[in-house]
Write a protein that binds this ligand. Structure first.
Ligand code: S3P
Length: 444
């Protein structure tokens, strides 16, 4: 029984059942705060993720002049207008949040501001060269810490430029954060800023920029390459935004139900943007019993209620081109693969090494520690599944300031004979407040 365990230990406790919702989408929440803070007048946001990462974005926008208030289930933001951000009095502390950092670096780079960015030890190891390189072409200047492999890391100092030079930039890495940083820089830049995106990534920035009235066009050429063009200097008008539930958070109870015998769990109001649903597609290919109901649109994004029932999963080879649409879901996907029949092979996942932790190394080591058969490769994992048998568990896992590692092992523990202990559950507060209560509630 889960009841006698320490709150950071997880073990098989019988079927999981329930009808739940998960907190608001993290990517959409960041963008909702940022764009609202740039519109002239009051925007109202419901369903906002009140996790530490989004609160770091809100604190930064407040420090630069926006008025952001939390009411009863609704956030009110009075923006300052594009170009109207004020010089913050102290460094912007980005905590654990790569999205806050990279998107704000873009946004601020075309304002006449000098801003220091700091973060925790996880964020301070993550590469910022990928945004510094394109943003430097606009005339903005950066003094970053050197970082490993010339990655250029936090702490860093940004000196914005106004007017900035509009650029046309082909993304060398499939990254919605880099794409968004450049588009946000384009908001206060005269002329057309263009991002050329060979591999599609999440398109929340494009959808929301259009929703706020920006002049943004998307053209897909004969080779499937997207050309995203934004006309600056933009004027944004305030909006009412309803943030859907985060599919990246829904992934945890969904995989928990799939691997735990006898389970049936419904997660309501889950974002189903096709640039985010790779996990669901791959699980279905493995034989997962997933059903979708109430398909509708919320805040310009498709949503559905997703029901997952315990399933016999079969190992698959995951095509590398699906990776961007499930990039944050690989840790929990590896957990699902651990209980599948046969081998699951992934490749093209170098990006997982520069997330909140090195997710390939940490998942391989930690799954091995609880009894799984995993081979770590340069660009992916090969997992030999148990065919549905429980794992032995009985190990303590290091979450290494990575919320998704912590949550993945809380889920893996649901089908382990001995408890899986996560050394530090606090990183979960960055993206999924209430996660532990949700897991406990499903096990009742
Ligand atoms: C995000 C983009 C992805 C994702 C991150 C959120 C975003 O990062 O992993 O959690 O909101 O744009 P990359 O752009 O580094 O792939």
């Amino acid at each position: 029984m889960q009841g006698n365990l320490a709150p950071n230990s997880f073990v098989a406790s019988g079927p999981l059942r329930g009808n739940i919702h998960v907190p608001g989408d993290k990517s959409i929440s960041h963008r909702a705060i940022m764009l609202s803070a740039l519109a002239v007048g009051e925007s109202r946001i419901t369903g906002l993720l009140e996790g530490e990462d989004v609160l770091a974005t809100a604190a930064a926008m407040r420090a630069m002049g926006a008025t952001i208030e939390r009411g009863e289930g609704i956030w009110s933001v009075h923006g300052v207008g594009v170009g109207g951000l004020l010089q913050p009095e102290s460094a912007l502390d980005m905590g654990n949040s790569g999205t806050s950092t990279r998107l704000l670096m873009g946004l601020l780079s075309s304002h006449p501001l000098t801003v220091a960015f700091t973060g925790d030890t996880s964020l301070s190891a993550r590469p910022m060269a990928r945004v510094i390189d394109p943003l430097s072409l606009t005339g903005a200047e950066f003094s970053a810490s050197p970082g490993a492999k010339k990655n250029r890391t936090l702490p860093l100092m940004l000196r914005g430029i106004c007017p900035a030079v509009p650029i046309s930039y082909r993304l060398p890495v499939a990254s919605a954060q880099v794409k968004s940083a450049i588009l946000l820089a384009g908001l206060n830049t005269p002329g057309i800023t263009e991002v050329i995106e060979p591999v599609p990534t999440r398109d929340h920035s494009e959808r929301m920029l259009k929703g706020f009235g920006a002049d943004l066009t998307i053209e897909t050429d004969g080779k499937g390459v997207r050309h995203i063009r934004l006309m600056g200097e933009a004027e944004l008008s305030p909006q009412q935004i309803e943030v859907p539930g985060d599919p990246s958070s829904a992934a945890f109870p969904i995989v928990a139900a799939l691997i735990t015998p006898g389970s049936e769990v419904t997660v309501t109001n889950v974002g189903m943007n096709p640039t985010r649903t790779g996990l669901f597609k791959m699980l279905e290919e493995m034989g997962a019993d997933l059903t979708y109901a109430g398909e509708r649109e919320v805040g310009g994004e498709p949503v559905a209620d997703v029901t997952a029932r315990h399933s016999t999963l079969a190992g698959i080879e995951v095509p590398p081109d699906i990776a961007p649409s499930m990039i944050d879901e690989f840790p929990v996907f590896f957990v699902a693969a651990t209980f599948a029949e046969g081998k699951t092979i992934t490749s093209g996942l170098e990006e997982l090494r520069v997330k909140e932790s090195d997710r390939l190394a940490l998942m391989a080591d930690s799954l091995t520690a609880i009894g799984a058969a995993v081979e770590e490769r340069e660009d992916g994992l090969a997992v030999n599944g148990t065919g549905g048998e429980a794992l032995k568990g009985g190990a303590t896992i290091r979450s290494a300031l990575d919320h998704r590692i912590a949550m993945s092992f809380a889920i893996a523990g649901q089908h382990c004979s001995k408890p899986v202990t996560v050394d530090d559950m606090s990183p979960i507060a960055t993206s999924f407040p209430g996660f532990e209560a949700m897991v406990a509630g499903l096990a009742q």
